[in-house]
Ligand binder design. Structure first.
Ligand code: PNW
Length: 519
């Protein structure tokens, strides 16, 4: 009897994976689904001191030799001069939108002079540059999806008001956001206030891996997060009251999150640890904006007085300050409970690891775990009442930039297939997807060593020529077909073989229940 039941259970596992997580699912996305591709200002533009642009914290961090091989974004992909060519690449991908970011320092080089009224005008060459990009995109019917802040804080604000660690930043950010809405909002209808506050606050102010390179894990990441949430909510409010009725755009924030998966799936302490990890990584920013205006309870409990407090007015302003939920997702981690040192990430009281069997990439942290993407989307659906989600980044690295990149094609097909299941089978409300990245770029402290591009960039050539990789064509095929429609005989064969398997399983289950009843 045991042997028989064991066989049934083994078959049940196989059955589950066939209809559930691992099977390739053939269907198309909803008709109005949006496909896009992304970059960010410092990673591609170069021209770091041209056109009246001032220094920002990533210029400083790079010039202080903090990156791999002392690489900098001084020239990067030179998109400041080559944006027309880039827009042709975007066009040939066939996507609906292009996500890029505006460099604050190009349009307001001296934010203190701007705020105090000493200089109330925007920097015209910077405004012209983004006007040119936006107009060129619109000419080809490509929607601009604009990130206001992708990590390039004006250096003057870092030095004079303490950057994200100081409370005055909220008003400076609002000046900048207001100027961008006013200047570009006649044509830009999709705005992202911040890219990845978790990375800004932890990697910039806790671990010091990213600019501004502050290593103060006990309080500074939390103060940074507090000011970012307040800045986001205020900018959202500015748009709502000053621009929304005339411009009719939508505003959200983009958060990054790994999927936190219990290392031991049947151990309650591991399950609790994974939930805690998810609340600290995604909930830190999503809970105040998408749930109830305040931090997750587990953060308040574990961090105590080191976590800043919102006033009732701030809670009201945070709560619901969104038109959509932006998610950057790349990978999954395994979680188990642990006693850790004081401060972030010790406050999470957990240990992270990665399954050695997971396929790797050109980045130590990025393992290929497609099913984790579907889990993440379902967690968001459950936790935040199924908001309208747009995937604003997803992609994979290698270190050689080869144009023959089957690993990238595999990654995109598998991850996008899990997204399709989340939408069609689980009812997750996702309305768009963005591949990261349009081309090989300056990858922050990893310099030019880690490459995410659908196009390669030759950084040894001053002309920075771009070449499409095979993954660019593969992504275009997905975009053109709006997913993975059933094709030809192979699909029919595989679905009929799984039909047979399902039937066998059903019979086995009936027999086993019959045996149990008779025992
Ligand atoms: C994001 N992590 O950064 C950024 O938005 C992009 O600019 C960047 O190029 C891309 O993802 C790849 O790194 C992340 O360590 C940096 O978990 C680090 C992590 C996640 C995202």
């Amino acid at each position: 009897m045991e042997i028989f039941l064991g066989f049934v259970l083994l078959s049940f596992n196989g059955y589950h994976s066939v209809i559930g997580t691992d099977d390739f699912y053939h269907d198309t996305f909803p008709n109005d689904f949006l496909w896009g591709v992304a970059t960010s200002s410092y990673q591609i533009e170069g021209a770091w001191n041209e056109g009246g642009k001032s220094e920002h914290i990533w210029d400083r961090f790079s010039h202080d030799n903090n990156n791999w091989h002392n690489d900098t974004g001084d020239i990067a992909c030179d998109s400041y001069h080559k944006y027309m060519e880039d827009i042709q690449l975007i066009r040939s991908l066939g996507v609906d939108f292009y996500r890029f970011s505006i460099a604050w320092t190009r349009i307001i080089p001296d934010p203190i002079a701007y705020r105090t009224g000493r200089n109330k005008s925007l920097n015209q060459p910077g405004v012209n540059y983004y006007n040119n990009v936006i107009n060129e995109l619109i000419k080809y019917n490509i929607k601009p999806l604009v990130t206001l802040y992708h990590w390039d804080l004006p250096q003057s604000l870092q030095e004079k008001i303490g950057g994200w660690n100081g409370s005055d930043i909220v008003d400076y950010y609002n000046d900048y956001a207001d100027a961008a809405f006013k200047t570009f909002g006649d044509r830009v209808k999709h705005w992202i206030t911040f890219n990845e506050p978790w990375v800004i606050c932890w990697m910039g102010h806790g671990s010091a891996e990213y600019a501004p390179g502050i290593k103060e894990p006990s309080v500074t990441p939390y103060r940074c997060g507090h000011h970012i949430i307040k800045s986001h909510a205020k900018a959202y409010d500015t748009y709502k009251h000053r621009y929304k009725t005339t411009q009719k755009g939508i505003v959200g924030i983009t958060m990054n999150s790994d999927t936190m998966h219990p290392k031991n799936e049947i151990n309650q302490e591991h399950i609790d640890a994974a939930e805690r990890g998810q609340q600290f990584m995604l909930g830190w920013f999503a809970h105040p904006i998408y749930k109830d205006g305040d931090y997750p309870k587990v953060m308040k409990d574990n961090i105590g007085d080191r976590l800043p407090k919102f006033t009732p007015q701030e809670i009201a302003l945070n709560n619901g300050s969104f038109d959509f939920f932006g998610l950057n997702h790349y990978t999954t981690v395994l979680v188990e409970p642990a006693k850790k040192e004081f401060g972030f990430p010790g406050d999470l009281r957990l240990q992270l690891s990665r399954d050695p069997s997971w396929t790797g990439s050109g980045s130590y942290w990025l393992k290929v775990v497609p099913w984790g993407f579907r889990d993440m989307l379902n967690w968001i659906k459950k936790e935040y009442n199924n908001p309208k989600v747009i995937i604003t980044e997803n992609g994979i690295t290698d270190n050689n930039g080869t144009t023959n990149d089957p690993h990238r094609i595999y990654y995109y097909r598998q991850y996008i297939n899990q997204l399709l299941k989340a939408i069609k089978q689980d009812g997750c409300n996702v309305f768009g997807y963005t591949a990261w990245c349009l081309l090989d770029t300056f990858e922050w402290n990893r310099g030019f060593h880690e490459k995410f591009g659908l196009h390669s960039t030759d950084f040894s050539d001053p002309a920075r020529p771009r070449t499409p990789k095979r993954s660019a064509a593969a992504y275009t095929e997905i975009v053109n077909q709006n997913g993975f429609p059933p094709v030809g005989t192979s699909t029919t064969a595989s679905s009929s073989s799984s039909d047979v398997q399902n039937l066998i399983m059903l019979i086995l289950l009936c027999v086993s229940f019959f045996c149990i009843l008779n025992e």
